[in-house]
Design a protein around this ligand. Structure first.
Ligand SMILES: Nc1ncnc2c1ncn2[C@@H]1O[C@H](COP(=O)(O)OP(=O)(O)OP(=O)(O)O)[C@@H](O)[C@H]1O
Length: 250
């Protein structure tokens, strides 16, 4: 469970998040949506402790991370995985070494266990035959799949995705979306996705949090979201967004 309570965050005197509160349960795929610049990435960065709020509390699995030491934060973060938008792979390492990097770096398992867990993660994303290729030899979609394998290899209980399908073609986006759904089904992990791609949001979301104008304007069922008559939401979705939702849900 992730819980934000009365969180404020600003940069250089400009407020980006104003009195944000929400609770993300373990058993649902939650998607945070909102226009560019509304603070979605800031929410993710606060969640993994990369930055601290100006005020308010952020609980991760019952621990308020705004009050813990760096060492305690590191322990809590072992339960969290973040799949970055651009994949952020190490170009000088092949696929399997990218996937096993974190486990090796922190000496979390024996050599044999690391090898077996890494191949298992690669198999999950369907790339076991690409283990010895380098990132430059992979398509954009394959790079994102490696990034997912690299995150799930240490079995985090919470997996955060920053724009997982932005810039991908519809077919590749579907592969990534199916992987995210399988991940939830097979591991029961809490999945939180930040996305402004309507297709991805509406195919995956069991719950939507909509952020705009510094506030949470909606938190609930996707069906209620598209039916909401709110000026900000109407502008964001437009007739096209609503059409996409009803295409996926009828
Ligand atoms: N480290 C920082 N220093 C100064 N301003 C920042 C910083 N991080 C974010 N901001 C500002 O905060 C606002 C929200 O940024 P953020 O990246 O969280 O938005 P976003 O919703 O993720 O946008 P996008 O969808 O375009 O990625 C923006 O105006 C951005 O310029």
């Amino acid at each position: 469970m992730i819980k934000f309570s009365n969180v404020f965050k600003g940069f250089g005197g400009r407020t980006v998040l104003e009195d944000i509160s929400f609770l993300i349960p373990d058993n649902k795929i939650t998607v945070i949506m909102g226009p560019s610049g509304c603070g979605k990435s800031t929410v993710l960065r606060l969640m993994i402790g990369l930055m601290r709020p100006d005020s308010g509390t952020i609980e991760i699995m019952g621990n308020d991370i705004t009050k813990v030491s760096d060492k305690e934060l590191f322990e809590i973060r072992k339960n969290m995985g973040m799949v970055f938008q651009a994949g952020a792979l190490f170009d000088s390492l092949n696929v399997i070494d990218n996937v096993s990097f974190f486990l090796k770096e922190h000496k979390l398992k024996s050599k044999e266990e690391i090898a077996s867990l890494s191949f298992e993660a690669l198999k999950f994303v369907g790339l076991e035959d690409s283990a010895y290729l380098y990132p430059s030899e992979l398509s954009g979609g394959m790079q994102r799949r490696v990034a997912i394998a690299r995150t799930i290899v240490y079995r985090p209980k919470i997996v955060l995705f920053d724009e997982p399908t932005t810039g991908l073609d519809p077919h590749t986006s579907r592969i990534i979306e199916d992987l995210i759904r399988n991940l939830r089904e097979q591991t029961g992990a809490l999945i939180l996705i930040v996305s402004h791609v309507f297709q991805t949001a509406f195919r995956l979301a069991e719950r939507i949090i909509y952020l705009d104008n510094k506030k949470i304007l909606f938190d609930g069922d996707p069906k209620d979201f598209v039916e909401l008559d709110n000026t900000f939401v109407n502008t964001f979705l437009g007739p096209e967004g609503k059409k996409i939702f009803f295409n996926y849900n009828n």
